[in-house]
Write a protein that binds this ligand. Structure first.
Ligand code: URP
Ligand code: ZN
Ligand code: ZN
Length: 469
C-alpha cells in the first residue's frame, strides 16, 4: 500500500548534522514519511531546487513573557515570539517557567502554561527557573515536575531576585543528579558584581557602558569554576549557558579535558558584538545591555575556537526582548540614573540563525553539518526532544527550514517580527537566509511573511536527556 503524502519537498540539498545529500522528502500527518531520490504524488509540492533543506532551528534558550521586575515588561508574548522565531527559520523554542520567590513552582509552571496555551505558532517546551529551593520544592515539586516532562532547569549565581548561594546550588544539583534532570547555570558572581557596581556608582560612572565594566570576564570565569567544582563534587552533568569569552571557555575546556560532563552554550552576541557597543551616546548603549556582556575581539576569536573544537554544544539566542524607547523597557525612568536599572537582555530569536550561518558557514569557519548540530540537533539531544525533533529522518517531526545559502540580506528592525522596537544588529549584513519554515508539515513562514496560525504550536513534554547522567 502506498502512503498518502500531504507534502513533498523536492529537489533540495538535505543537510543534517552528519550528511549532505540530494533528496526529496515526503511528509504525512506532520512527520517525515519518506526520503528518496524522487517523491511524487503528494497533495502539495514545494520546489526546493537551489535551496538547502535543513532541520528547523531549535532555540533552547529564550525568554518569553517572563516577569522582569517592577514596571518592566518583556516585549514578546508567546504569539509574537513564536512568529519571530518561525520567520528566522526556527520550529521550536524553549523558554523558562520562572519560580518567583515564595511561590509554589508548580503554580508558576501552570500560570506560565496558561500564557502559552493557544498562542504558539510553533512548538515550545519549558525549562524551569528555580529561585527558591525550599524543602517542598526540592523534595516534592521538582521531582514531580521532572517526571511530568520538565526535564531541565536553570539556576542563577547572580541577580537579586534569583541568586542562589553555594549551599543552595549544591542542593539543587543533588536533585538534578537524583532525578537525571539537566541543570543549566548562569555563571556570574553576585557579590563581585555588587562590589564593582557600587564602586562605579560612587564614582559617578552610571552610563550603560559601565554595565560591562561591572561584570568583567573574571566575574564569569570565577563563577564558572565554582559551578564546575560544585558539579564535580555532586557528580552531576551541567550546562553552562551564554558563555561570553576566552576565560570561561578555557575553564570549561579544562573541565571537559578531565572527563567532567560540562556542556556549554554560546550566543550571537558573543561572536558579533563587543563592550564598545554599550558606549552609544544618549543611552543608545542600553540596547546592548545583557549579561554576561559582550567582550572584545579576542573573546570572539576564543568563542570560534570553542565552537570549532567542540567545547560548545549549543548556539542559542538568549532572546530576552525589551522595548528601547519605552518607560517599561530599556529607557525606564530609573535607567537614566544608573546602568543597574537597565533591564538585562537583548532580542535575537529571529536573527540567531542568519548570523551563525553567515559568520560561520558563509565565511568558511564551520561546515553546514556543524551549523545544523549547533542550531538544532544538539538542542534536541541535550534537552530530551530527540529523536522526535532535531534532524531530518523518517519518523521525525517534519520541522524543516529551507535556506537560500547565497541570499544577501541586511538585518533591519523593519523586517523583523519580534515585539521589541529595535535590533542590536541593525545594518548587519549576512549571506544565507531562511526562505521558508515548515513546522510539523505546515508552512508557517515564507519569505519574511508569517503564514501559519497561532495555536498550532504544542507545549511539549520532554524525555530525560541522555546528556544528564
Ligand atoms: O541579559 C540576559 N542574558 N538576560 C536574560 C536572562 C539570562 O540571564 O539569561
Ligand atoms: Zn542567564
Ligand atoms: Zn537567558
Amino acid at each position: 500500500m502506498t502512503q498518502k503524502l500531504d507534502l513533498a519537498i523536492r529537489g533540495g540539498l538535505v543537510v543534517t548534522a552528519s550528511d549532505m545529500f540530494r533528496a526529496d522528502i515526503g511528509v504525512s500527518d506532520g512527520r517525515i514519511a519518506v526520503i528518496a531520490g524522487s517523491v511524487e504524488g503528494a497533495a502539495r509540492e514545494i520546489d526546493a531546487s537551489g535551496l538547502w533543506v535543513m532541520p528547523g532551528g531549535i532555540d533552547s534558550h529564550v525568554h518569553i513573557a517572563q516577569a522582569s521586575g517592577p514596571g518592566i515588561v518583556m516585549a514578546d508574548d508567546f504569539a509574537s515570539a513564536t512568529a519571530s522565531a518561525a520567520a528566522g527559520g526556527n520550529t521550536c523554542v524553549m523558554p523558562f517557567a520562572l519560580q518567583e520567590r515564595g511561590s509554589s513552582l508548580r503554580a508558576c509552571v501552570e500560570a506560565y502554561r496558561a500564557k502559552a496555551e493557544g498562542e504558539c505558532l510553533i512548538d515550545t517546551a519549558f525549562h524551569l527557573i528555580i529561585s527558591d529551593p525550599s524543602p517542598a520544592v526540592l523534595g516534592q515539586e521538582l521531582p514531580a515536575l521532572v517526571k511530568d516532562g520538565y526535564t531541565s532547569f536553570k539556576v542563577f549565581m547572580t541577580y537579586d531576585d534569583l541568586v542562589l548561594n553555594d549551599r543552595q546550588l549544591l542542593e539543587v544539583f543533588e536533585v538534578a543528579r537524583e532525578e537525571r534532570a539537566l541543570v543549566m547555570v548562569h555563571c556570574e558572581g553576585y557579590d563581585t558584581i555588587k562590589f564593582l557596581a557600587e564602586r562605579l556608582e560612587r564614582a559617578g560612572k552610571t552610563e550603560p557602558y559601565y554595565h560591562a565594566v561591572s561584570r568583567p570576564e573574571i566575574v564569569e570565569r570565577e563563577a564558572a569554576h565554582r559551578a564546575i567544582s560544585h558539579a564535580q563534587l555532586v557528580d552531576v552533568p551541567m550546562m553552562i549557558v551564554h558563555v561570553s569569552g576566552r576565560e570561561t571557555m578555557e575553564q570549561i575546556r579544562w573541565a571537559q579535558q578531565r572527563g567532567l560532563k560540562i556542556y556549554a552554550e554560546t550566543c550571537p552576541q558573543y561572536i558579533t558584538l563587543t563592550a564598545d557597543d554599550l558606549k552609544g551616546l544618549n543611552m543608545e548603549g542600553a540596547k546592548y545591555v545583557c549579561s554576561p556582556p559582550p567582550r572584545d575581539h579576542d573573546s570572539q576569536q576564543a568563542i570560534w575556537e570553542g565552537i570549532t573544537q567542540g567545547v560548545f554544544h549549543t548556539f542559542s539566542s538568549d532572546h530576552c526582548p525589551f522595548r528601547y524607547d519605552s518607560p517599561d523597557g530599556k529607557l525606564n525612568p530609573k535607567a537614566r540614573t544608573s546602568f543597574r536599572w537597565v533591564p538585562n537582555g537583548i532580542p535575537g530569536v529571529e536573527t540567531r540563525l542568519p548570523i551563525l550561518f553567515s559568520e560561520g558557514v558563509s565565511k568558511g569557519r564551520i561546515t553546514p553539518q556543524k551549523f545544523v548540530e549547533l542550531s538544532a540537533t544538539n538542542h534536541a539531544k541535550m534537552y530530551g526532544l530527540y529523536p522526535r525533533k532535531g534532524s531530518i529522518g523518517v519518523g521525525f517531526d517534519a520541522d524543516i527550514a529551507l535556506w537560500d545559502p547565497n541570499r544577501r540580506e541586511t538585518i533591519r528592525q523593519e523586517i523583523l517580527h519580534h515585539g521589541a522596537d529595535y535590533t542590536p544588529w541593525e545594518g548587519f549584513e549576512v549571506v544565507g537566509w531562511p526562505v521558508m519554515t515548515i513546522a510539523r508539515g505546515r508552512v508557517v513562514a515564507e519569505n519574511g511573511k508569517i503564514v501559519g496560525e497561532k495555536g498550532r504550536g504544542e507545549i511539549l513534554r520532554r524525555d530525560i536527556s541522555s546528556y544528564a547522567s
